[in-house]
Design a protein around this ligand. Structure first.
Ligand code: GLY
Length: 422
């Protein structure tokens, strides 16, 4: 049949309309489902354009909605450069790389951070990622030197008599009821990655040995029989005996602070990665099982700030009755870092077990990618995730964005993408 120009035009128009409709539907499905990683990174990059306008290391928002920044000595300084490195890793945008480099190098003096234990967070999340993604030989050498120097600083807080890295200097417990002499917090497990790196690079086992000693003592003294964790264990600096098992950021001494449980899952997963000692794998799995199977974990898998907040049988030292909130805040930072840890843990296990960790992480990441947690473009001060809690007992950073929630969210998305082979 002879095609008139009119018929041909009509056919072309229908084709264009159909293609447009299909592509819109795909985009909608993508944002909600398989391609949420791409949508999240696109959002992250736009959001961080806002955060880049600030001169200090962005940490959170204050109650008036202003960005709170920190200097190099805070425990959170490494997360913003680290998050920029993750955005660069995904986008390969050279401008993001230049920003990640500049923000990382601004942290150089923190290689001498010895006032508290968090040098691993500060230097490894920034310089560690820089080293992974930088090819320039001169920069690589410089970053390696900086990281080994940082590991030396970390060891200054390791006393062989006790066998652990001291988290904080001697101080009163947060409620003033106890004097902590050699407090070690579960979070400290995260600083060990830097020490393993330094031994691998230099061939000197002293960093690694300290990390293993720390992990072994923590395994013995921070876990309860159900593999939930104490936040703070205080040691006698002379004998190494355990003096107190308490909390700083949790609801009560016998409760389980969600982010602390997350640090334990992540920490022992990384210990297994570095040592291949099955006792660490077992600790990571049992800590993960406690978290994943907890009856008080909300359906969307973003935990309350403490698993036991407000429950019978948990006696807080603070009077929470005068707190105005009529809901229990969540902690998206715990959800993000647990997703990242579980994705790694899934690679050290097989069959149904591996699938369980992977699926739990996947569904947590989908929750975090929903409009409930993922900030709308141009909102949330430029941070990516909403609804994290820094320290409820201290009335500090409650239901706010936190830079480390963003960091571990981006890390988890990259791990997820890699495992999916996408
Ligand atoms: N390391 C401190 C925190 O998790 O809040």
């Amino acid at each position: 049949m002879k095609q008139t120009p009119y018929l041909f035009g009509l056919k072309m128009l229908s084709l264009i309309l159909l293609t447009t409709l299909l592509s819109c539907a795909q985009q909608r499905m993508g944002a909600n489902n398989a391609d949420f990683v791409a949508a999240d990174f696109a959002r992250a990059q736009r959001q961080y354009d806002l955060l880049l306008r600030h001169s200090n290391f962005p940490r959170t928002l204050d109650t008036a909605g202003h960005v709170v920044g920190t200097d190099e000595w805070d425990w959170t300084g490494g997360f913003f450069p680290g998050a920029l490195w993750y955005i660069y890793e995904y986008t390969k945008d050279p401008q993001v790389k230049a920003q990640a480099t500049a923000w990382t190098e601004r942290l150089e003096k923190a290689k001498d951070l010895t006032q508290h234990h968090d040098i691993g967070f500060v230097m490894y999340c920034s310089y560690g990622n820089a080293l992974r993604l930088e090819n320039d030989a001169a920069k690589v050498k410089k970053y390696q030197r900086t990281l080994v120097h940082s590991a030396e600083s970390a060891l200054k807080r390791f006393d062989p008599k006790v066998g652990l890295i001291k988290s904080w200097n001697e101080k009163a417990s947060w409620d003033g009821k106890t004097r902590w002499k050699y407090p070690v917090i579960i979070d400290n497990m995260m600083n060990l990655e830097l020490l393993f790196f330094a031994s691998t690079l230099t061939g000197d086992p002293k960093y690694r040995n300290a990390a293993i000693s720390h992990a072994d003592h923590t395994l013995k003294n921070h876990f309860r029989s159900d593999y939930s964790t104490y936040h703070v264990v205080d040691y006698d600096p002379n004998s190494g005996a355990v003096l107190h098992q308490q909390t700083n950021q949790g609801y009560a001494d016998n409760s389980t602070w969600s982010r602390g449980q997350g640090w334990a899952i992540y920490g022992y997963t990384l210990l297994y990665r570095e040592t291949k000692d099955s006792k660490y794998l077992q600790a990571a799995q049992k800590a993960a099982d406690f978290y994943m199977n907890h009856p008080n974990l909300p359906k969307d898998k973003v935990p309350y700030w403490d698993f036991n907040a407000g429950q019978d049988g948990y006696k807080p030292d603070v009077n929470y009755a005068n707190r105005k909130l009529n809901y229990i805040p969540r902690d998206a930072s715990a959800a993000a870092l647990v997703s990242s840890a579980l994705l790694e843990l899934s690679t050290y296990t097989t069959g149904a077990e591996a699938k369980r960790y992977y699926s739990f992480a996947e569904s947590t990441l989908k929750s975090l990618s929903s409009s409930e947690y993922l900030a709308e473009k141009g909102t949330n001060g430029g941070f990516i995730l909403k609804h994290s809690t820094g320290s409820f007992p201290h009335k500090s950073e409650i239901d706010v964005p936190l830079i480390y929630a963003d960091y571990y969210f981006l890390e988890a998305l990259l791990r997820y993408k890699k495992l999916k082979g996408a």
